[in-house]
Design a binder for this molecule. Structure first.
Ligand code: FES
Length: 146
């Protein structure tokens, strides 16, 4: 094999290997659950989260299996919880968390972290869900009509 052919073959192989590794790494990191996100299953229209999940952070995004929207769960200073459905009240688009607020990518509505409309066209506050607090768990009663 001449020098030119050897270099071409070697570089192509190395580039493919590096590219594959980079792509695999990106794919694997995309599959991980991001920090601050809890994946949960519902049972009888309820989802239960261990309070230990809030030991280090007062805020979690909860992604419930077979539920159309993420839940924003905020632990208050008094130990109670505030749960919002991240569904835009204008036309039902899932919301995106942006810093201290939630943004609707469809028409641009913005909601505060407590669910109030900061910018329209949405006019209604985000839907809040009732919670039941026990010694070890937070149970959220899901609204299945959403
Ligand atoms: S659906 Fe969110 S602003 Fe229209």
């Amino acid at each position: 094999m001449d020098r030119r052919k050897f270099l071409t073959t070697s570089c192509t192989g190395a580039c493919v290997a590096l590219g594959s590794g980079f792509i695999m790494s990106a794919l694997l990191s995309a599959c991980k659950t991001p920090l601050g996100v809890i994946k949960a299953n519902s049972s009888n229209n309820h989802v239960t989260i261990p309070l230990a999940e809030f030991a280090l952070a007062d805020y979690k995004l909860v992604r419930v299996n077979n539920y159309n929207y993420d839940l924003a769960v905020q632990k208050r200073a008094d130990g109670t919880f505030h749960v919002l459905v991240l569904k835009c009240t204008h036309a039902a688009q899932p919301l995106t968390k942006t810093g201290n607020s939630y943004y609707c990518t469809l028409h641009g509505s913005q909601f505060s972290k407590t669910g109030e409309v900061m910018k329209g066209p949405a006019e209604k506050h985000l839907i809040e869900l009732p919670t039941i607090l026990t010694e070890k768990d937070l149970t959220i009663k899901l609204d299945m009509t959403i």
